[in-house]
Design a protein around this ligand. Structure first.
Ligand code: AMP
Ligand code: ZN
Length: 500
């Protein structure tokens, strides 16, 4: 057993601007809300980075014993082009362009999102609520905010009243660090601003123009909910008026999350969220990957290599490994070189996984205990936990996993005897390697389903070798090579492995 000298789990909290020890409101339960995709288009790799980061958090919290309720919504109304209070609904606009029903757009891209998250081995959330499925809750929240005096109707729309909120002793801007005066200077003179008492007031409910397709009846006439309201209503409904963790990409800090705090605090009098977590961006040549900049790849383009920025195809687990090699709060720049290196790294670990599952403890006489190696293995296991506990530092976690891999490879070649480690350390190395790889980091062996065929081919290989039919032996070798595999033919064993 390892020494269990772990640091407590710390999470960088955007609200306090430091790493805070994670203490849930009602352990062992943890409530976690992540802003999901706006389903008007295919998800790109940048979006995946954010959802992957929270997949790691979900997996890790579960691994260390918490019972997590993970809510990740689907935004299917209210998110306007430009992310502000004016303009077309992103989904409505796409529906017009493609001459489809808005709900057809929503379904198409929700399906795409689910397919892509499954390919990258992201776990499904516990609840995946949609904004259009919670219109009643949103209308009720608008009514409650008007009643509390922090919202007002204006020309069929309802706005949140920033001045009233501030007058109540609250600080709009405290999450993102924005200063009200600066925000006012930045605010452009847009249509609709005349309806607002303060240009910073944001829409809770918007009156729909006749050409706006997605609209519903409300106490203020026909309209649709403001983008920020859905997350407040759905998180409160499923996680309570105050919950543990709220996450999203850092581009959502302002205005989206700032507005969520203002709404939640005004509705219940409580800080809605204890730990706010924000992921950094996936960039391409230093620029945020985004659809509007035209520098985004779709996962399908990565898997086929069919994109002018791609030198070759990359597999889903290579991409997952690539992303996890940096901690979620640092930027991650896409490059072919980095992905090629990731491909090598992933294959090394995947080979280690097969070996770890196959290795058995063998009693042997005359082998001395190797205390230095035993201690180093325990240090790596603890190091993995300490890295994860340090604000999910997956980069350092991988370094520890690679150190564990070194010993697995030594055990495999016979350079290290299992007895030298003793049964406890041997078992812990083997089991933790598999758990860290599969359960915590969510990696998997990509050819897992093809094992039976490969094993059958190896059987033929052995037979041809015995009968000295070297032409067939070479044929089988090239069959493996074409699939990125090698036959490892050693004195003690014949096996296949991923070509590193
Ligand atoms: P959206 O569908 O635009 O609302 O975005 C879904 C999520 O992806 C949000 O949390 C965004 O912050 C995040 N996101 C968008 N672009 C990137 C990027 N280049 N890198 C990381 N996360 C991103
Ligand atoms: Zn949200």
């Amino acid at each position: 057993m390892t020494a269990q000298t772990f640091q407590p789990l710390k999470i960088f909290n955007t609200l306090t601007r430091k790493k805070d020890v994670f203490v849930p409101i009602a352990p062992p339960y943890v409530g976690m809300y992540v802003c999901g995709p706006t389903v008007y288009n295919n998800v790109h790799l940048g979006n995946i980075r954010t959802f992957l980061s929270f997949d790691i958090l979900f997996r890790y919290l579960t691994h260390i014993g918490y019972k997590v309720r993970y809510v990740r919504n689907i935004t299917d109304v209210g998110h306007l082009v430009g992310d502000g209070d004016e303009g077309e609904d992103k989904i409505g606009k796409m529906a017009k362009l493609q001459k489809l029903e808005p709900m057809e757009i929503v379904q198409r891209y929700t399906n795409d999102f689910h397919e892509v998250t499954a390919v990258f081995n992201l776990l499904s959330p516990s609840i995946e609520p949609t904004a259009t499925g919670h219109l009643i809750e949103q209308i009720e929240a608008v009514e409650a905010l008007i009643e509390k005096g922090v919202a007002y109707e204006s020309n069929g729309s309802v706005y949140f009243d920033i001045n009233k909120y501030q007058a109540g002793g609250n600080e709009y801007g405290k999450l993102s660090g924005r200063i009200i005066e600066d925000l006012l200077n930045e605010t452009r003179d847009l249509d609709g601003q005349a309806e607002k008492r303060n240009p910073l007031d944001f829409a809770l409910w918007k009156k729909a123009s006749p050409e706006h397709i997605m609209q519903w009846e409300s106490p203020w006439g026909k309209g649709f909910p403001g983008w920020h309201l859905e997350c407040t209503c759905m998180s409160a409904k499923y996680l309570g008026k105050q919950f543990d963790i709220h996450g999203g990409g850092m581009d959502l800090k302002f205005p989206h999350h700032e507005c969520e705090i203002a709404q939640g605090k005004s509705l219940t009098g409580e800080e809605p969220v204890r730990y706010w977590m924000h992921t950094n961006m996936l960039t391409v040549n230093g620029q945020k990957m985004s659809k509007s900049l035209g520098n985004s790849f779709l996962p399908a383009e990565l898997f086929s290599g069919n994109h002018e920025l791609l030198e070759q195809a990359y597999s889903p687990m290579t991409v997952r490994f690539f992303m996890l090699q940096s901690q979620y709060r640092s930027t991650l720049d896409f490059s072919n070189d980095a992905l090629k290196a990731a491909q090598k790294g992933y294959k090394k670990l995947a080979n280690g996984l097969r070996l770890a599952k196959m290795l058995t403890y063998t009693h042997e006489d005359g082998v001395n205990a190797d205390d230095a190696k035993k201690a180093d293995i325990e240090k790596s296991i603890d190091g993995f936990y300490n890295a994860m506990n340090d604000d999910l530092n997956t980069a350092v976690a991988f370094a520890n996993l690679f150190n564990m891999l070194k010993y697995i490879n030594m055990l495999n070649t016979g350079q290290l005897k299992s007895v030298a480690l003793g049964e406890a350390v041997f078992t812990s190395l083997k089991e933790k390697f598999v758990i860290f790889f599969e359960d915590v980091l969510g990696l998997k062996e990509e050819l897992a389903e093809g094992h039976a065929i490969l094993d059958g081919m190896l059987k033929l290989y052995r037979e041809f070798k015995l009968s000295q039919n070297y032409e067939k032996v070479d044929e089988i070798r090239s069959y493996f090579k074409n699939q990125g595999l090698v036959i490892r033919d050693t004195k003690t064993r014949i096996d296949w492995a991923y070509e590193e």
